[in-house]
Every structure is written in structure tokens, then in C-alpha cells.
Design a protein around this ligand. Structure first.
Ligand code: SAM
Length: 292
């Protein structure tokens, strides 16, 4: 077995050899703790039948651990300065493919069809660049990719929002979106000391496992997500206020909205954060005809 990349000594040595300087704007905080990396790979349940998709391999710390366990690893890296480094650090592994691209611009269906057609299981595993955590997660979820799910490191504050329960301060439209597509679970919180350089926020690892089907029946997903977003637009406002002020056509349809809430037994003075996903589904199904 080769020496691990993710130790403080080896990471420093690699960075110095290549004269690499971190770009804060690209969320470059590299992992220097192999224990944490192994826990991430374990949480993702990677086997020799798994194709792993990584976002932002950096100098290859996590990529290497994945390559040792998975059938194949496909990793998207935006920073061209890291390509020669990765070619060097990952040279012992012949099952890694690095794609030099912004993952947000990538055609993931095409890449999966090309690179990971012959695996029976696909999982996204990443220490995400924190400046784009939410857009990346939403892209992975809404594109309905043929993956089992994802295990990702992100800001603890965002992890708490993804796994939040109704009625808590962390519960919001992002929670509903993520829980509509997946079962979310915070696997562990992670101290700042395991990164180089240390980020100025706390981190956590979250596991999102795709549901075979959404937990609620929604007539029109577009309306469902509009209703959810409008309900949380101003957290201190009542549900009725938020719906009339923030739904397109809400003001003109105030009476119908009031009637729908009454028919469902939902008090219009409640706050959006108290509604569970089933209540949002019933509400959006009742309101859908207004927005067709
Ligand atoms: N996986 C490495 C580790 O754990 O040590 C590095 C993780 S670092 C938090 C995030 C990585 O994502 C960096 O290598 C950065 O250059 C890369 N990155 C940032 N934005 C990206 C994007 N839009 N698409 C692909 N990679 C990106």
C-alpha cells in the first residue's frame, strides 16, 4: 500500500514541491486526517462494485481512499493547477478519471453513461467546496441521476438545515427539497483541525440516500416548490401573509388561499416552519389549480 496523501507531512511536502497556494475563492480546504477520510468512505458504503463520483479532489486525499475501495472513481476538479499534482499523487491508481470541469456545468448524465455504465452502484462522495454547497446538492438531486445517494462534507450549519425537523430554526425550503428526494442523516461533526488551511466554520458529514419515490404525493412539483419557498420567504410572517405576498398571483387569489387552508384545517396564522412535508403537499395540491 502507498503512503497516504492525507497526512499533514505528506500534504505539506506535495504543496511545497508544486509551489501550490490555496485559493479561498474555490473553497480549498484540504483534508489531512486519514481517519476522517476512512469514516467518510465507510459512511458511503463503497464496495468493489461501486462507481464513486467525487467533486473537487484537491490533491487527491479522498480520491485515493475511494480508489482503494471502489471499482472506479470519476472526479471533477475546476482548478487546472491541481491537474499535474493529481496525475502525480494518484499515479498508483489505474481506476481514477479526473475531469477538468466546473461540476455545475457538467453534463452528469453523459459522464455517468460514458464512465460508469458498467457498475451496479453509484455514489457521490465529496468534501465539497463550501461556497457552492447548496447549488451542487440541488443539481445532484433535481437532475435525478442514477446514483444511490451522496455522502458529503459541508458546513455544519448547512448540514443541520438539510436534516432539520419541522418547528426548528434550521427547518426551511432547503430542508423540504432535500427530504423530498432523499433521507438525510448527519453522520458526524468534524473539527476544523483536520483541514489545511483550517476553515472558519464548523463542518459535518451528511448522508443523503435517494428515496425510491417521494414521501408525499404531489400533483405539480413546480407548484409544490413555489408554495414551499413562498411559505418561508419571511420567517416571521404568517403562512397566509407569506402565501399572498410571495406566490405569483397570491394577492388576487387571497380568498381561494384562505378557503384552501380552512378546508385542510391549517390555521392561516401558523408560520411556514411549523408545516411538515405532508401538509405542504396537501396545500400545494389544493392550490395547484390556481396556478395552472
Ligand atoms: N477533496 C479534497 C480534500 O478533501 O482534501 C479537496 C476538497 S476542497 C474542500 C474543494 C475542492 O473543490 C478544491 O479542490 C477546489 O478546487 C474544487 N472546486 C471548487 N469549486 C469547484 C467546482 N465548481 N467544480 C469542481 N471542483 C471545484
Amino acid at each position: 500500500m502507498h503512503k497516504d496523501i492525507a497526512t499533514p507531512g505528506r500534504t505539506k511536502e506535495i504543496l511545497e514541491r508544486y509551489g501550490f497556494s490555496f485559493k479561498k475563492s474555490l473553497g480549498q480546504n484540504f483534508l489531512i486526517d486519514t481517519n476522517i477520510l476512512r469514516k467518510i468512505v465507510n459512511a458511503a458504503d463503497i464496495s468493489c462494485d461501486t462507481g464513486a463520483i467525487e467533486i473537487g479532489p484537491g490533491i487527491g486525499a479522498l480520491t485515493e481512499q475511494l480508489a482503494r475501495r471502489a471499482k472506479k472513481v470519476v472526479a471533477f476538479e475546476i482548478d487546472s493547477r491541481l491537474l499535474p499534482i493529481l496525475a502525480d499523487t494518484l499515479s498508483p491508481y489505474d481506476n481514477v478519471r479526473i475531469i477538468h470541469q466546473d461540476v455545475l456545468k457538467a453534463d452528469l448524465h453523459a459522464v455517468i453513461a460514458e464512465e460508469l455504465a458498467d457498475v451496479s452502484d453509484r455514489m457521490v462522495v465529496a468534501n465539497l467546496p463550501y461556497y457552492v454547497t447548496t447549488p451542487i446538492i440541488m443539481k445532484l438531486l433535481t437532475e435525478r441521476l442514477p446514483i444511490r445517494g451522496m455522502v458529503v462534507m459541508l458546513q455544519k450549519e448547512v448540514a443541520d438545515r438539510l436534516a432539520a425537523k419541522p418547528g426548528t430554526k434550521d427547518y426551511g425550503s432547503l430542508t423540504i427539497a432535500v427530504q423530498y428526494y432523499t433521507e438525510a442523516e448527519v453522520v458526524m461533526t468534524v473539527p476544523r483541525t483536520v483541514f489545511m488551511p483550517q476553515p472558519n466554520v464548523d463542518s459535518a458529514v451528511i448522508r443523503l440516500v435517494k428515496r425510491p419515490r417521494p414521501p408525499v404525493v404531489v400533483d405539480d412539483e413546480g407548484v409544490f416548490f413555489q408554495v414551499v419557498r413562498a411559505s418561508f420567504a419571511q420567517r416571521r410572517k404568517t403562512l397566509l401573509n407569506n402565501l399572498t405576498n410571495n406566490l405569483l398571483g397570491g394577492k388576487e387569489n387571497k380568498e381561494q388561499i384562505e378557503r384552501a387552508l380552512a378546508a385542510l384545517g391549517i390555521d392561516p396564522r401558523r408560520r411556514g416552519e411549523t408545516l411538515d412535508i405532508a401538509e405542504f403537499a396537501s396545500l400545494s395540491n389544493a392550490l395547484a389549480p390556481l396556478f395552472r
